[in-house]
Design a protein around this ligand. Structure first.
Ligand SMILES: Cc1cc2nc3c(=O)[nH]c(=O)nc-3n(C[C@H](O)[C@H](O)[C@H](O)COP(=O)(O)OP(=O)(O)OC[C@H]3O[C@@H](n4cnc5c(N)ncnc54)[C@H](O)[C@@H]3O)c2cc1C
Length: 392
């Protein structure tokens, strides 16, 4: 065993999942270094809304509350989802979920990426055992029986018992450890933008399945909504090139003007969508969490919730072990085994739905619209679907 390390644990990536892992292990006996490529500045201009938003499940809310982040969110920037309406592509089929019917306070809560990051990093600032290096970028990683040695681009050398890759879908840590990843590009992009709407949304989320994509309107506080339009490259280019008034008109028309006229606020952005499936989430002295370990299509809004599930599991396992054992393969394997099934299930469900709806076959079109309508009539089935999504 080596005599000293700079830390028990180095987390590479201070996005939502990496920051949540550091916060979940705050004030434990583990010493933690959190490396983030970007400067840590999250203060929002008061009147501006982040176009990157998340539907946070009940399970993720519980985790975020437990680690001291949820209570640091500005309540004015948090929107509960009271109901959800899903529309098929035949102009008639619908599926509706409501918190009232399900006997719960809300189906999910919508929060901006930037606001969640701010709350997590505010919690980290109080942690006695977490040192933040930001901006900092790793250059080389070497692993031996005793430690992982990380050399930064600026020449600093760090050693730790465990390195966690929380560095997103194009993970540097995953590449440096040569962990194989099967990638399936959906040849789709998620186009995001925020709007003010003429009519109140009453906490309702809307989603339309078209045969060439999926449009979601997620409610934001006040008369605002956030759009995620999963579409092909040509439509993405078209949407990105539109002036704000033309985009607002196109989005309002695509959603059948359910909330009246729209007015765009802020900018339009787009992200490529792909499914990443890694061969291993762990090796000796290495663990992957969040998008570094898995990505899913955003149609079910579950990507970051899966990452928070990784955090709950890994923090539970590491917190119960002696710090000296945190990089042991057998300890890390317990994390991998626990996460394999929920991750694969969510990837299969999202991938299956994407394939079912992104298809012009007339038989499939009839079947999927029939499926929406039939599900809508099954109160018990809807109840189960809600419970599963909330606790995912
Ligand atoms: C259009 C779209 C809509 C989505 N909507 C939803 C939704 O509604 N609900 C949901 O749950 N999920 C959603 N997702 C998925 C969600 O964005 C991701 O699952 C989530 O951001 C993953 O968080 P992460 O911390 O693992 O990775 P990231 O958010 O990618 O964070 C990685 C962090 O690591 C840092 N980093 C990267 N490389 C390095 C390096 N070499 N060194 C140091 N730091 C590094 C980055 O700067 C970043 O801060 C959506 C995704 C897309 C594309």
């Amino acid at each position: 065993m080596i005599a000293t390390t700079d830390a028990d644990l180095i987390i590479v990536g201070g996005g939502l999942v990496g920051a949540a892992l550091a916060a979940a292990l705050a004030d434990t006996p583990l010493s933690i270094l959190l490396l983030e490529d970007q400067p840590a500045v999250f203060d929002p201009p008061a009147d501006d809304w982040d176009a990157r938003i998340y539907a946070i499940s009940r399970a993720s809310q519980r985790l975020l509350a437990r680690i001291g982040a949820w209570q640091r969110l500005d309540p004015q920037r948090v929107q509960p989802v009271a109901s959800m309406r899903i529309f098929g592509d035949d102009g008639r089929s619908q599926l509706a979920f409501s918190a009232l019917e399900a006997g719960v306070d809300e189906l999910a809560v919508i929060v901006e990426n930037r606001e969640l990051l701010r709350a997590l990093w505010a919690r980290l600032a109080l942690a006695s055992n977490v040192t933040v290096l930001a901006p900092a970028k790793p250059d080389r990683l070497a692993i031996d029986a005793h430690a992982a040695r990380l050399t930064l681009v600026d020449g600093r050398e760090l050693t730790a018992r465990l390195v966690v890759g929380a560095d997103g879908a194009r993970s540097w840590v995953r590449g440096a450890c040569a962990i194989a990843v099967a990638q399936h590009a959906y040849e789709q992009f998620g186009v995001v933008a925020n709007f003010e709407c003429a009519q109140p949304h009453r906490g309702t989320a809307h989603q339309w399945f078209f045969d060439d994509g999926v449009l979601a309107w997620l409610p934001l506080p006040g008369q605002r909504l956030s759009m995620v339009w999963s579409c092909d490259a040509a439509r993405q280019r078209e949407l990105l090139a539109m002036a704000p008034s033309a985009l607002a008109e196109t989005v309002a028309a695509a959603g059948g003007r359910r909330l009246g006229d729209l007015r765009q606020t802020g900018k339009t952005a787009a992200f490529p969508l792909q499914l990443n499936h890694v061969a291993h989430m762990v090796q000796a002295r290495i663990a992957l969490v969040g998008d570094a370990a898995h990505t899913v299509h955003p149609l079910a809004g579950q990507g970051v919730n899966l990452g928070f599930g990784d955090v709950a599991e890994l923090a539970g396992i590491l917190g119960a072990e002696a710090p000296q054992r945190c990089g042991d393969y057998l300890v890390l394997r317990r994390y991998e085994r626990a996460r394999r099934e929920p991750v694969q299930l969510m990837q299969s469900v999202c991938d299956g739905l994407q394939k079912l709806f992104n298809n012009r076959n007339p038989l499939l079109k009839t079947l999927r619209n029939l499926g929406l309508g039939l599900t809508d009539q099954q109160a018990w089935l809807k109840h189960q679907l809600i419970r599963h999504a909330m606790d995912a």
